[in-house]
Structure formats: C-alpha cells, structure tokens
Design a protein around this ligand. Structure first.
Ligand SMILES: CC(C)(COP(=O)(O)OP(=O)(O)OC[C@H]1O[C@@H](n2cnc3c(N)ncnc32)[C@H](O)[C@@H]1OP(=O)(O)O)[C@@H](O)C(=O)NCCC(=O)NCCS
Length: 141
C-alpha cells in the first residue's frame, strides 16, 4: 500500500536528494544539476501551488510526484524502485488531479515508460513539443 501526502516545507532536502540523484539526472530530459540553495528557492514557491506529493510506504517517505501545468514528474529513492510503488503513485496522483496529464519520458527510460503505460498513459503522436529521444505520453480521466 502506498499513500500520497501533500508536500511540506520540511520535505525540501529529501525531494532535492531524490530528484538530483546522479542516476535520476542520467535518465531525465534535463540533466542539469540544481544546487540545494536554488532548489530551495524554487521549492518554497512551488509548495503552496499544490499537486505535489510525498509518496509514503508504511509511513516512510520514499519519493515525490508532482503535476505541474498538467505535466507529471516522479522520482523514487533508489531503494524503493522496482516494487510497484511508482505505478501506484502515478495512478494515485492522476486520480487526485482528475484532469488530463502528460508525461515526457526519455525513450530509453524503460522502467518509467512501463510505469506510465501500466497506468493507462498512451503515446501522443501529435505532441506539439518534440525533443530528440523523448516520448510524450497522455492520460485522460
Ligand atoms: C520511473 C519510476 C518512477 C518507476 O517506478 P518503479 O516503482 O520503479 O516502477 P514499478 O515497480 O511500479 O514498475 C512499473 C513497471 O516498470 C517495470 N520495471 C520496473 N523496473 C524496471 C527495470 N529496471 N527495467 C525494466 N522494467 C522495469 C515493471 O515491471 C512494471 O511494468 P509492468 O507493470 O508491465 O510489470 C522509478 O523507477 C524512478 O523513480 N526512477 C528514477 C527517476 C525516473 O526515471 N523518473 C521518471 C522520469 S520521466
């Protein structure tokens, strides 16, 4: 069982650690590493906007998921991956959002592609933003 809870300011550093882990940047559309100070400036403005959750399993925080302008992003701690947590968290976030969601995934990010596909995301062939080696997925409630 997983639970999503709204992110709080106390989560700033753990979210940074998950999102900017080298193996996460390596599979991200944007490999830029942001320093903690800059992340914090962004985080304090982003928290009140909502649609930003901590993923918990048995009360332990193990990743975050966010929907921003209808686009979803997710990162789990390495130890939490490959156990079905990602797909459950994506499904829960989409259900909470209850509006169309897009995901942009690197073509070679197989776990991420499989997780989104398992949640009913389909490839959007007509995506307006095209980047090399990136697949755009669409989900509708
Ligand atoms: C992408 C991510 C969220 C997926 O969550 P997860 O909990 O690891 O994935 P799940 O265990 O829910 O598995 C989802 C699907 O991926 C498959 N999968 C999991 N790990 C895999 C791997 N290493 N290689 C291939 N497939 C994999 C599972 O079999 C499952 O497919 P199925 O439903 O057809 O059986 C997580 O791995 C992660 O945070 N990765 C690093 C950051 C990242 O890539 N974020 C997404 C950027 S778009």
């Amino acid at each position: 069982m997983i639970a999503l809870r709204a992110v709080t300011l106390d989560d700033c550093e753990r979210v940074w650690e998950w999102n900017f882990a080298p193996d996460v940047r390596a599979v991200s559309n944007d490999p830029t590493v942001v320093e903690l100070d800059r992340h914090t400036q962004w985080f304090v403005t982003r928290v009140p906007a909502g649609a930003f959750w901590i993923i918990e399993v048995a009360g332990f925080a193990c990743g975050s998921v966010r929907i921003d302008g209808g686009r979803i992003s997710i990162a789990l701690a390495r130890s939490a991956r490959g156990k079905g947590i990602g797909k459950r968290a994506i499904a829960a976030a989409c259900a909470a959002w209850a509006r169309p969601v897009t995901a942009q995934v690197r073509e070679d990010n197989q776990p991420s592609r499989a997780a989104f596909e398992a949640c009913g995301f389909v490839v959007n062939q007509n995506a307006s933003e095209h980047a090399d080696r990136v697949v755009t997925y669409q989900w509708r409630p």
